[in-house]
Design a protein around this ligand. Structure first.
Ligand code: MG
Length: 311
């Protein structure tokens, strides 16, 4: 089941529901949705926090929706947003595919390398990635996103699956000149629009083997990344266990699991994103996320002293 956030014409607020193919079901408008909860979930994150009973309520509503009726809207009449607009955390992992470690000629880490992406960088499917004026090294990273349902800390690897509500598709957009300048990744990874995630959260029941999914990226129709989660240095149960020894995991948290080989900066010649490009990321069995690239307007520049230090 595909959980979505979306907006309708003339409104700014995010609605949430289930993607049914040609239609979406607005769960808040589904018959009887408000009944039987202490407080009815009003977002994807709140639905995930309600646990398996919440997921089953959503599934029953979706099965009862058909192609019409209360809350059912054509997909063409809504704008899909990133499915969890304000996740408590986005925990990202670097250097987590063996083929990417090889191509980047870096050491394979002994422990997962964590960094943070912030909610302010999130965009949904179709929304533009804005190329900052201060980088000519704008890069893509196709990634599987793991979405937490059940909260926890100190989670055992064997229990990790019980804490995972579903999966999504992400592009860990990066300004490589900032990455190369700074041992920390926060700047390079958090420019506005640098976290395209979506188009939905595919619930875990629909993804029986997350350890064997193809992860691909195309730029302007050219296949540039073609990896598989089989190649992960640290697999998903290990990541959930490791992260949760340090950071309490909460419903709606998203773990970005790293990117396979084929990123732009290691290619010969390098392939960096330019305004007018289209980036398409696919995770097999989860979904496809496509975003155009546009120029920053109005141009926002760092002071010349900073620019010369970065470049
Ligand atoms: Mg990454």
């Amino acid at each position: 089941m595909r959980l979505v956030s979306f907006a309708v014409a003339g409104e700014e607020r995010a609605r949430f529901g289930v993607h049914l193919g040609a239609h979406v079901l607005d769960l808040a408008e589904a018959p009887g949705w408000e009944e039987g909860w202490e407080q009815a979930p009003a977002s994807v994150a709140e639905l995930l926090a309600a646990g398996p009973p919440g997921i089953e309520r959503a599934r029953a509503a979706a099965e009862g929706a058909g192609d019409g009726g209360p809350g059912v809207r054509p997909v063409s009449a809504v704008r899909l947003l990133t499915p969890i607009p304000r996740p408590p955390k986005i925990v990202a992992i670097g250097r987590n595919y063996r083929d990417h470690v090889r191509e980047a000629q870096v050491k394979q880490p002994d422990l997962p390398k964590l960094f943070a992406k912030y909610a302010g960088a999130l965009i949904g499917p179709g929304a533009p990635i804005v190329k900052p004026t201060v980088t000519e090294a704008l890069d893509y990273e196709a990634e599987l996103g793991v979405v937490i349902g059940r909260p926890g800390r100190g989670i055992a690897q064997a229990d990790a699956a019980r804490h995972i509500a579903g999966y999504t598709v992400a592009n860990d957009v990066t300004a490589r000149n900032f990455q190369m300048h700074d041992e920390q990744l926060t700047l390079a990874k958090n420019f506005r629009t640098f976290a395209p995630i979506g188009p939905w959260v595919e619930t875990a029941d629909a993804v029986p083997d997350p350890g064997g999914l193809a992860v691909r990226c195309w730029v302007n129709g050219m296949l540039v990344q073609d990896g598989t989660t089989r190649d992960l240095v640290f697999d998903i149960p290990y990541l959930v266990a490791f992260i949760s020894t340090v950071i309490d995991l909460e419903p709606g948290d998203i773990i970005l699991t790293g990117t396979p080989a084929g990123v732009g900066y290691v290619r010969t010649p390098p392939l960096f994103l330019r305004p007018g490009d289209r980036v398409r990321v696919e995770v097999e069995g989860v979904g496809v996320l496509e975003n155009p690239v546009v120029a920053e307007e109005p141009e926002l520049r760092f002071p010349e002293t900073v620019v010369s230090a970065i470049d």
